[in-house]
Unconditional design. Structure first.
Length: 487
């Protein structure tokens, strides 16, 4: 199942088990409940015997950090392929082959048996991704690669197997696109780190065009630290080399990983695990003179420092580190700011204004004071995010204008409820209430435009809003309390 050999990590060797555990404890970020310690679901989801099989992989990965796994493809069996099919969203856009989830399910058993045979015999061929674009909060377009349905199925199955290994290896401050870890887990960890540690400076770092600049040659070397099953590695190489079709023309992908593919988040985490995470862990042990905290969500990184000298040195050496692996910091989205419990009075003593804020995972983070005069890390909805969502709601209301009011109300209720579920953290109730108010205004205008003889006035509109739209209220506990409970 595995072989033992020396790691060929070009810079930082993997931690032995005792040091890896110490790193997690020192970071004060334990594994999420139901994460690597959990067992694979039995029965319909993974098939008989699958839990014990992946548990053995997980156990070996945890006990031997230098183990290289030589036999993994047999875990991609019919049961796992079937489970991967059922978790794919039925309404997802089809790839270049035009096959939809419903089409494939017409003869699911035969299709999966044929796919399984092709994967295990080496006859499986990855199809190019279909290029699509979605708008970003800043008005630009984000390129996505929509993979074919069979590629999604195989990728999801392979990712489930590889997670048994890499969820043991990944460090505690890595949160993005990992099972059992959600955005609010990263937000809680960041808040707890700023409140518990000596943080006076914050580096808000973003990697420019990470998914398109990711070096495939380096990625292959990183994967080989743990994966010795050449059949799995060939599958990954096929997906990376499949290329992209845009406007009917095929173009190769010599670098990067298609953003939107099921396997891309795992590959991105593997890449940054070796390029950034292990290096940061080593750097703060050997170079930092004060506390250093870090939280990473995919290619968004927040690093907190006690001393400005540490922050400046880290920023310089981070630039060199990224350049070595073909990456670069985004010049407009990377900032080093004075931030923390002492930032306000220190800046006031120097005749400067209020501490700057930084954005992370949909929230603007601010230095504030509680009613008792203590430092408080306040988080409010990013204004651009709220405006973009309201524009989307307004456009949808124009299309739904002539639907019955109860149908519109049910849809808007789901929108407001979803917004509240994510953004209703302590201290952000006003922004959540403002979102609900603006949704009500857009709804009012849409109903007024249904007819020149509309009888809708604000008195009736308020009754409709109270009937359908959930009120603004806090949905999350204070982050440091939830973080303490989880870890």
């Amino acid at each position: 199942m595995h072989e033992r050999g020396k790691s060929d990590n070009p810079v930082v060797p993997a931690n032995p088990p005792d040091k890896a555990l110490a790193a997690e404890v020192g970071e004060e970020r334990g594994l999420a409940k139901g994460n690597t310690a959990s067992k694979t679901r039995p029965g319909h989801w993974a098939g008989q015997g699958a839990p014990r099989a992946l548990d053995r992989v997980r156990r070996v990965a945890r006990e031997d950090k230098e183990a290289r796994f030589t036999a993994l493809l047999h875990h991609v069996d019919l049961a796992r392929l079937r489970a991967a099919y059922w978790v794919i969203r039925p309404t997802a856009a089809p790839g270049v082959d035009g096959v939809t989830w419903q089409d494939y399910g017409q003869d699911l058993v035969a299709n999966l048996r044929d796919l399984h045979d092709r994967v295990h015999s080496g006859r499986y061929r990855a199809r190019p991704s279909r290029r699509a674009y979605i708008p970003k909060a800043d008005g630009r377009l984000r390129p996505l690669g929509i993979t074919a349905l069979e590629d999604k199925i195989v990728q999801r199955a392979v990712v489930e197997v590889l997670n048994a290994i890499y969820e043991v290896d990944f460090l505690g401050f890595s949160y993005g696109f990992r099972p059992g870890r959600k955005p609010h887990d990263a937000l809680d960890a960041l808040a707890a780190g700023i409140l518990r540690k000596k943080v006076n400076w914050v580096l808000d770092a973003d990697i420019r065009d990470f998914f398109t600049k990711l070096g495939q040659a380096w990625l292959g070397k990183f994967l080989e630290h743990r994966i010795a099953d050449q059949r799995i590695l060939r599958l990954i190489r096929k997906w990376l080399a499949a290329g992209v079709i845009e406007n009917g023309e095929w173009s190769p992908t010599l670098e990067g990983s298609p953003q939107g593919a099921s396997v891309s988040p795992l590959l991105a985490n593997v890449y940054l695990h070796y390029v950034l995470d292990l290096w940061v862990q080593w750097w703060r042990r050997h170079h930092a003179h004060g506390d250093v905290i870090i939280v990473r969500w995919a290619d968004e990184v927040i690093v907190g420092f006690d001393y400005h000298e540490d922050a400046q040195r880290f920023l310089t050496e981070l630039r060199e580190r990224f350049a070595r692996f073909g990456l670069e910091r985004h010049p407009d989205k990377t900032r080093l700011i004075e931030f923390g419990r002492h930032a306000a009075w220190r800046r006031a003593a120097r005749g400067l204004g209020k501490p700057q804020a930084f954005d992370f995972l949909g929230f603007t983070h601010l230095c504030a004071e509680s009613k008792k005069g203590r430092f408080w890390l306040r988080r409010i909805t990013i204004t651009k995010r709220m405006r973009a969502k309201l524009r989307e709601v307004n456009d949808q209301l124009k299309r739904r204008r002539h639907q019955p009011i109860p149908e519109q109300g049910q849809w808007l209720a789901s929108v407001v409820r979803g917004h509240r579920t994510y953004y209703a953290v302590p201290g952000n109730t006003d922004a959540v209430a403002a979102f609900r108010t603006q949704v009500t205004r857009h709804w009012y205008k849409a109903l007024r435009r249904r007819s020149q003889r509309s009888r809708i006035n604000w008195e009736r509109m308020n009754r409709l809003a109270n009937r359908w739209l959930p009120p603004a209220r806090v949905m999350h506990p204070f982050p440091e309390l939830r973080f303490a409970a989880r870890t």
